[in-house]
Design a binder for this molecule. Structure first.
Ligand code: SF4
Ligand code: SF4
Length: 731
C-alpha cells in the first residue's frame, strides 16, 4: 500500500465509522418514534400479498409511472441507487489499492456492462429530476408549485449527491482506464473509456477519486442521520415498510373506500361500552395515531403530488395534504423526547410522567408537548381547524401518494375527537347531525315522504316484503328520496330497471341515511347508530340469502361506498353495485337499447366515491358512450385524477367561506370542453355542479344531469326530463 492509499484508507474508514454510528442512532430514533403510536394489529395479515404489492409498487413504480416522465426518471435513479451501492462498496477496495475491485463479480464483463448502463441512465434520470425541481420551484414567478412548503435544500442536496456519486463512479473507472487497470472491454463500458481518454495516467487517481466518492456518500449519510425528518432521503428506506404495511394491500385504491373503524388501543370501539375516560375517541395527541400513522408521517418524500391534486389547496384553502403530513411529522419528532421520557397526558388530561422523569427533557420538547394538536395560530396549534375542516375526503391525495400515505384516515381520526369529545366543528353542520339523529336523514324530511318520488310513474314500485321476490334491493338514498334533482335520477333508474325487466324492490320508509356524512365529519356515534339500524333492516330483507344473492343497487356513490365497504364492519355483507354499473350491464346485454342519440356533446364528472374510492370508471362512460352521439369529451382532470365537486367529507353541509368555490372550479373545467351536457353519477355532484353552472349564469346553455337520465332519454325519447311520461299516466 502506497502512502496515498494509506491516507485514503484511513480517511475513508474514519468518515464511514462516524456516518454508520450516526445512522444507527438515527434509525433507532425513528423506530422509537414510530413505536410511540397506538397498536394496529390489522397491518400484519397476508404477508404474501403485502410482499407482492410492495415489490410491484417499488420495483415497478406502479404509482409513480402515472406521472410518466417523473416516474421513469425516478425509476432509473432508484435502480441506480440500489445497484450502484455496490460501486460504493467497491470504492472501499479502491481506496486501498488502485487495482482493487469487488471480489467475485468485479472484473466480470456483465457486471461492468450493467453498472455502466445503470449509471448512464441514472445520470440522465437525476438531471431530469433536478430540472423538474428547478422548473417547479416555489419561488418561480406565477402559479403555485407542488413543492410549495417542501424543504427545497434537502431535495437539491439529495439530488446533487446522487449526481456527484454517479460522476465519481465514471471518474474512478476513467482513472483505471488511464492507468491500464480496467478489466472491462470498451463495448461494455464506453463512457468509462471515453472519460479515461481524457484523464492523465495518475496511479493514485483511482484511490483519491474513490475516497471522494466515499466522502460524498458518507456526508449524505451523516446529514440524513442528523435530520431524521428528512423524508426526501429517508423514504428510500422507509417506503418499503410503509407500502408493505398499508391497509388492504391487495386492493387497487387501498387507503380509500372504507374508513378505518374507530379504535382504542388497537381494538374497534364499541359505543355501548366505551368510556371517554378510559377509551381513546379519535386523535387528540400525535401519539394517539397508530404506529402506522407515525410511519406514514416519517415516510413523506415532500414530493407534493398530493398537494397538486387537492381540491382544497387548488382553490385557495389552507389545507394541503402534504403540509398537514409534514406538520404532524415535525410535531411528532419534536415532541418525541418528552414522550420517550415517559411524558404524555392520560385520557383525563393528567400528566403521566413524574417531575423527575421530565427533569432532563429539552425545553423545546416540553414546549412542543404543550401545543394543541388542533388549534389556531393564536393557540400555537399544530393543525389549524380550517385545515381540518377543508377536506372533502376526495382521496386525491391518497391516490397520488407514491408511498401510500393514508391521509383521509388521519384527517377523520382528528375530526372524530373534535366532534365527539370537543363538540367543535363548523356550526352549520350541526343541523345535519341533529336531522340524522332525529329524522334519519340529513334534510330533516319526514320519513313518510320517502316514497313520494314514485308518484307519477307508469308502473308500481314494489316494497321489500310486498314483492314476491326481487333480484335487487334498490337503495334509494336520502337525496334520491327527498332532493328534487336526485328524485329525477331515482325515477329514471326505476324506469330503466322496469324497462329492462329487472326485478327490484325498495325499503321505502324502512330506509334511513347510511350514515356517510356523520362518519366523514367524525361523528362515529351517529354513524354506528344509523348503520346498525340499516344492517338489521337489510339482513332481515335478505334473510336466508347467501351473500352473492344479497344484491343492492344504489344511485348515490356515498351510499354505495358505505353499504358495500363499511357495513361489513358491522356484520352487513352485501353485493352492492352502482346504478351506472347495472345500467352498463343492461345495455351491453341488450336489455336496454338506446335509440335516439343525445346531441350537443357530453362530458362526464367522476364522483370521488364512485371513481377513486371504488374504481368505477368505465361503466358510466360505457353508458354515455352508448347514448351520446359524439361520445364523451373528457375533462383534463378525469378518472383517477378527477377533481372533486366539493361536497364530500360532509362538506355538502358546511359553508365554503375560504378561497374559490370548488364546484365553480370544476364547472369551469367542464364548460371548457364545450359539452352541453355535464353528466354525473352522484346526487351531491349534481347539486354542486348545478349550483356552479347556475352561478355562472349558464343554466340555459349547459345541463347537469345524471348518467341514468341521459340513458333514459336515449332509450325512451318520449320521456320528459323529470323521468316521467310526457303525458303522465292518470291516477
Ligand atoms: S382527501 Fe381530497 S380534499 Fe382532503 S386532503 Fe386529500 S386531496 Fe385534499
Ligand atoms: S404525495 Fe405522499 S409523499 Fe408526496 S408529499 Fe404528499 S404525502 Fe408526501
Amino acid at each position: 500500500m502506497g502512502s496515498v492509499q494509506l491516507v485514503t484508507t484511513i480517511l475513508a474508514a474514519a468518515i464511514t465509522a462516524l456516518a454508520v454510528w450516526l445512522a444507527v442512532q438515527a434509525v433507532l430514533r425513528i423506530v422509537a418514534v414510530v413505536r410511540l403510536g397506538q397498536p394496529d394489529p390489522g397491518r400484519f395479515g397476508d404477508p404474501v400479498t403485502r410482499t407482492r404489492t410492495m415489490l410491484a409498487e417499488t420495483a415497478g413504480h406502479t404509482r409513480m409511472l402515472r406521472w410518466s416522465v417523473v416516474g421513469a426518471a425516478h425509476w432509473f435513479v432508484m435502480v441506480a441507487f440500489v445497484v450502484l451501492s455496490l460501486l460504493v462498496l467497491e470504492a472501499y477496495f479502491e481506496v486501498v489499492s488502485p487495482t482493487g475491485g469487488l471480489p467475485l463479480i468485479g472484473g466480470w464483463t456483465v457486471y461492468g456492462l450493467v453498472t455502466e448502463l445503470i449509471a448512464i441512465f441514472g445520470v440522465v434520470g437525476i438531471v431530469v429530476l433536478i430540472a423538474i425541481r428547478i422548473r417547479n420551484r416555489p419561488s418561480r414567478p406565477g402559479g403555485r408549485s407542488r413543492f410549495t412548503g417542501s424543504t427545497m435544500w434537502q431535495g437539491y442536496f439529495v439530488e446533487a449527491v446522487v449526481l456527484a456519486v454517479l460522476i465519481m463512479g465514471f471518474l474512478i473507472r476513467g482513472f483505471k482506464v488511464a492507468t491500464d487497470h480496467f478489466e472491462y472491454p470498451t463495448w461494455a463500458t464506453p463512457v468509462s473509456h471515453a472519460v479515461g481518454a481524457l484523464l492523465p495516467n495518475w496511479e493514485a487517481g483511482v484511490s483519491v477519486a474513490a475516497l471522494i466518492k466515499i466522502m460524498i456518500s458518507m456526508t449524505w449519510l451523516i446529514v440524513i442521520a442528523l435530520n431524521v425528518t428528512m423524508g426526501v432521503a429517508w423514504h428510500r428506506f422507509l417506503a418499503f415498510f410503509n407500502i408493505f404495511f398499508k391497509r388492504d394491500p391487495g386492493r387497487a385504491g387501498s387507503g380509500l373506500g372504507a374508513l378505518r373503524p374507530m379504535t382504542s388501543n388497537g381494538k374497534p370501539l364499541d359505543f355501548e361500552e366505551a368510556d371517554p375516560e378510559s377509551d381513546q375517541f379519535g386523535v387528540a395527541q400525535v401519539e394517539q395515531f397508530t404506529w402506522k400513522g407515525l410511519l406514514d408521517f416519517s415516510t413523506c418524500t415532500e414530493c407534493g403530488r398530493c398537494q397538486s391534486q387537492c381540491p382544497a389547496w387548488n382553490t385557495g384553502k389552507p389545507l394541503s395534504p402534504k403540509l398537514l403530513v409534514l406538520s404532524l411529522r415535525d410535531h411528532a419528532y419534536a415532541k418525541a423526547p418528552y414522550l420517550l421520557a415517559g411524558g404524555g397526558k392520560d385520557l383525563t388530561g393528567e400528566e403521566k410522567a413524574t417531575a423527575a422523569q421530565l427533569a432532563h427533557v429539552d425545553v423545546l420538547a416540553l414546549a412542543e408537548a404543550e401545543k394543541p394538536l388542533i388549534g389556531g395560530a393564536e393557540e400555537g396549534g399544530v393543525i389549524d381547524p380550517d385545515v381540518l375542516w377543508s377536506c372533502t375526503t376526495c382521496g386525491a391525495c391518497v391516490e397520488q401518494c407514491p408511498v401510500d400515505i393514508e391521509h383521509v384516515d388521519h384527517i377523520v381520526d382528528m375530526r372524530r375527537y373534535q366532534v365527539l369529545i370537543e363538540s367543535s366543528f363548523p356550526s352549520e353542520a350541526g343541523v345535519m347531525l341533529r336531522n340524522l339523529e332525529n329524522k334519519g336523514n340529513p334534510w330533516g324530511a319526514p320519513q313518510n315522504t320517502r316514497e313520494d318520488w314514485t308518484k307519477g310513474l307508469d308502473f308500481e314500485v314494489p316494497r321489500v316484503g310486498e314483492a314476491e321476490d326481487f333480484e335487487y334491493l334498490f337503495w334509494v338514498g336520502c337525496a334520491g328520496a327527498f332532493e328534487d334533482r336526485a328524485k329525477k335520477t331515482t325515477r329514471a333508474v326505476a324506469t330503466l330497471l322496469h324497462e329492462a325487466g329487472v326485478s327490484f324492490a325498495i325499503l321505502g320508509e324502512g330506509e334511513t341515511c347510511t350514515g356517510d356524512p356523520a362518519r366523514r365529519i367524525g361523528n362515529e356515534f351517529v354513524f354506528q347508530m344509523l348503520a346498525q339500524q340499516n344492517v338489521e333492516t337489510l339482513n332481515e330483507a335478505f334473510d336466508g340469502r347467501e351473500k352473492s344473492k344479497r344484491k343492492i343497487v344504489a344511485t348515490c356513490p356515498h351510499c354505495f361506498n358505505t353499504l358495500g365497504n363499511e357495513y361489513g364492519q358491522l356484520g352487513g355483507e352485501f353485493e352492492v353495485v352502482h346504478h351506472t354499473q347495472l345500467l352498463a350491464h343492461l345495455v351491453a346485454t341488450g336489455k336496454l337499447t338506446p335509440v335516439q342519440p343525445v346531441d350537443g356533446g357530453v362530458t362526464y364528472h367522476d364522483p370521488c366515491y364512485l371513481g377513486r374510492h371504488n374504481r368505477v370508471f368505465a361503466p358510466p362512460r360505457e353508458v354515455l358512450g352508448s347514448a351520446a352521439s359524439e361520445g364523451i369529451t373528457e375533462m383534463p382532470r378525469n378518472s383517477e385524477r378527477s377533481f372533486c365537486c366539493g361536497a364530500g367529507g360532509a362538506r355538502m353541509w358546511m359553508e365554503e367561506k375560504i378561497g374559490k368555490r370548488i364546484n365553480v372550479d370544476r364547472v369551469e373545467e367542464a364548460m371548457s370542453t364545450g359539452a352541453k351536457t355535464i353528466a354525473v353519477g352522484c346526487p351531491f355532484c349534481s347539486t354542486m355542479l348545478n349550483d356552479g353552472v347556475n352561478g355562472k349564469g349558464a343554466g340555459e346553455q349547459v345541463e347537469v344531469v345524471d348518467v341514468a337520465s341521459v340513458l333514459l332519454r336515449s332509450v325512451r325519447p318520449e320521456q320528459n326530463r323529470d323521468g316521467q311520461q310526457a303525458e303522465p299516466v292518470a291516477g
